[in-house]
Design a protein around this ligand. Structure first.
Ligand SMILES: [Cu+2]
Length: 188
């Protein structure tokens, strides 16, 4: 998400050159900042947990609460962005709360049935964010959970990248899935 900075709130000198939509974003950001200072802004930006592995930024890892009787869980990484110049790949993941973590993708088979299957390493091209959203394609499968996952809790996990190596992340358990990237209702 774009952080609110002093420079983003400053009225640009060439305001007349800005499009109407850009002006309205600047104005609403200024109003928002004012509301924050007054303590009246709604908590619309829950700081999404963030981690880094070298040049890779990992935002908002979320797992779904487990359903009764299901030994496996599902986890999504809201956004992974490779800020470096060279491509990398997510090659694996692990967590102390599951026997293993598998990279999965989902698709429709020849019979028209939605199925998930193991995915290969997930490519991270420079500056091409990879997003996992609930119910869409890519996800991480938490196999043989050692305990059920309950909404509101967090647990640690490790992501392993081919070039950037391993990094630990904090995963929150939330039925709603990852926050929509971008935040603040800005359209990309
Ligand atoms: Cu799966």
């Amino acid at each position: 998400m774009t952080p609110l900075t002093a420079s983003s709130l400053r009225a640009p000198r060439a305001a007349s050159l800005l499009s109407a939509s850009r002006r309205s974003i600047a104005f609403s950001a200024a109003r928002l900042a004012a509301a924050c200072l007054l303590g009246t802004a709604p908590l619309f930006v829950a700081a999404a947990p963030e981690a880094r592995a070298g040049d890779i930024r990992i935002v908002d890892a979320v797992a779904a609460p487990t359903l009764a009787g299901n030994p496996n869980g599902v986890m999504y990484i809201g956004e992974m962005t490779n800020g470096g110049a060279r491509a990398d790949r997510l090659v694996g993941a692990s967590t102390p709360i599951a026997a293993r973590v598998e990279l999965h993708t989902m698709g429709v088979d020849a019979q028209g049935v939605m199925r998930m299957r193991p995915a290969g390493p997930i490519a991270l091209e420079p500056n091409a964010p990879v997003r996992m959203q609930r119910g869409h394609g890519l996800h991480l499968m938490l196999m043989e959970l050692k305990r059920p996952l309950k909404a509101g809790e967090t647990f640690p996990a490790t992501l392993e990248f081919e070039r950037a190596g391993k990094t630990q992340i904090t995963v929150r358990v939330d039925a709603a899935g990852p926050a929509q990237p971008g935040g603040m209702n800005h359209k990309p």
